[in-house]
Design a protein around this ligand. Structure first.
Ligand code: UN1
Length: 507
């Protein structure tokens, strides 16, 4: 067993529900296996959560909320501050575990833990800044203001590709806002969640607030649906595919609950005629092959001005030839494995479709003949209207296309169902401003001279159209985890009606 796992409280067999700091899990059910995608060895086995445990979790979480909401927000921030201290102390070990379980390379895995620390620091500060506005009332001797209050139990469903950071974006902000949280991680990365829950347990026990952070890992859809449909959970935050997100949104909307969605991306980089190639190439390579193309922000489409097309292809080809594929814990590795056999199969299907479309594979296209879910980083000359180009495939496949004018490039970029991230490489100020204007990129994130991935936590994160419209992490995303209450106080001795209404009985 890897030493990082033991340090983080992972045993060979783990229980997956954590209720008030106590672990449980059904010994009668089949275990969930956590598989290392780079050598296919089982890292540990997990006893899945049961229906009964779910009932305990929701009861505990609801009960804890009743007191947690009365704790002053800056004191709630103290809980997150202490968790961040532990994350700093264990950054290296958590990074190892993230690399082992997801297959992302160690420096990106460590970066993910840093992202947790960053959002924790942000949340601690935010705990003193849950600002509401005061407005001048139109009535004499009246005060009019808005205040923000917690929602209740927040459900957080996360994906395998950012097994800890995306939970942290949601959980830390939700908790300083006065909510309690229940985490349903991806069954592909249960150990990362268990390790983080251990840290939360330690701090919750030190601060005598068990039940602020809970975890459950079911192995069936019935329990997941129960969670999503539970009227005791006012907000479900979901990260994953547009297909699953749409069905969750429908279920939550039908009970008039709130959904915070961070769904599929199909992110494009445009290389304008004036682009600095030396800046563009490394940024594109990182965004296309980083995390083996399994970020929701990964660059999937590259639109190149016709005058630079051959040059960019040649530079990319040269860069791709240098990419080393291998163990995520080897510091020389650039690209690790995909998450599982299904992901490899999807990659193969897409490659068959490329061939059917007679697309030119400039580089890669094959699975790597070794143990582990490795595929080659792939460059394909493609057309935007191909079905596979319109869809998000979680693999390091970059579709390259040609354009003549910036307007044409923007139209191609926006002509997909998703709207998460986008980028333009240009040295032309007018083009940059055009791209960022209302007639430019239609995405939630639009960058200039940078890739599409690697967003900082300080700003709001999320996208439009099939990406779901949610905003998480920084800026004013905290408002999604709170309810707004408008308060009007009459501190005078007269009843005054708004809109100049003179009610006869009040004269
Ligand atoms: C995701 O892939 O779901 O911007 C999140 C990025 C990371 C977060 C990605 N900070 O690439």
């Amino acid at each position: 067993m890897h030493s990082a796992l033991e340090t983080l409280g992972i045993q060979q067999i783990n229980n997956s529900s954590c209720i008030g700091g106590h672990w449980c899990g059904d010994t009668r059910l089949d275990v969930i296996e956590s598989i290392n995608p780079s050598d296919l060895k089982c890292l540990a086995m997990i006893r899945p959560s049961t229906d009964q445990e779910y009932q305990h979790i929701i009861a505990e979480s609801t009960q804890t909320f009743a007191t947690w909401r009365t704790i002053p927000a800056p004191k709630r921030g103290e809980m997150v501050r202490r968790i961040a201290q532990e994350l700093r102390r264990k950054k290296h070990q958590i990074g190892d575990l993230v690399a082992l379980e997801t297959g992302k390379i160690k420096s990106e895995a460590d970066g993910e833990v840093q992202e947790m620390i960053d959002i924790a620091d942000f949340a601690v500060g935010q705990s003193r800044m849950l600002y509401g506005k005061t407005m001048p009332s139109e009535r004499p001797q009246h005060r009019l203001y808005e205040q923000w209050l917690p929602l209740g139990v927040v459900g957080i469903i996360t994906a395998f590709n950012f097994p800890v950071a995306v939970w942290a974006w949601n959980a830390f902000i939700a908790v300083i806002a006065g909510n309690t949280v229940i985490w349903k991680p991806s069954p592909k990365t249960p150990l990362c969640a268990i390790a983080i829950q251990h840290i939360c347990n330690q701090i919750m026990s030190e601060m005598q607030y068990q039940g602020v952070f809970s975890l459950f890992i079911p192995d069936d859809r019935i329990l997941l649906n129960q969670f999503v449909e539970d009227r005791q959970i006012p907000l479900i935050s979901f990260t994953g595919s547009s297909v699953v997100g749409r069905s969750i949104n429908i279920k939550v909307a039908s009970r008039l609950g709130k959904c915070l969605l961070e769904l599929s991306g199909n992110n494009a980089v445009i290389v304008d005629e004036s682009a600095d190639i030396n800046l563009a190439i490394p940024a594109i390579v990182f965004a296309a092959v980083g995390t083996a193309g399994q970020r929701c922000t990964s660059t999937r489409r590259l639109l190149v001005h016709e005058k630079l097309y051959d040059t960019v292809i040649n530079h990319l080809l040269h860069a791709y030839q240098q990419i080393t594929i291998g163990s995520p814990l080897d510091s020389r590795t650039v690209v690790g494995p995909l998450i599982d056999a299904q992901a490899v199969e999807k990659f193969q299907q897409v490659m068959m479709e490329v061939k059917r479309q007679q697309g030119r594979i400039v580089y890669g296209g094959k699975i790597v003949d070794t143990t582990g879910y490795f595929v080659e980083p792939t460059l394909v000359c493609a057309e935007n209207n191909w079905t596979i180009v319109q869809q998000e495939t979680f693999a390091p496949i970059l579709y390259v296309m040609k354009f003549k004018t910036l307007e044409e490039a923007i139209a191609i970029q926006n002509n997909v169902p998703q709207g998460l991230s986008s980028a333009l490489f240009t040295d032309n100020l007018c083009h940059a401003e055009h791209y960022l204007s209302a007639v430019g990129s239609d995405c939630g994130i639009a960058n200039i001279n940078m890739g599409t991935s690697g967003a900082e936590i300080g700003a709001a994160f999320g996208g439009e159209k099939d990406t779901g419209g949610g905003r998480e992490a920084g800026s004013d995303a905290w408002k999604s985890y709170m309810r707004r209450q408008t308060n009007t106080i009459n501190w005078g001795k007269q009843v005054t009606l708004a809109q100049d209404i003179l009610f006869p009985m009040m004269r």
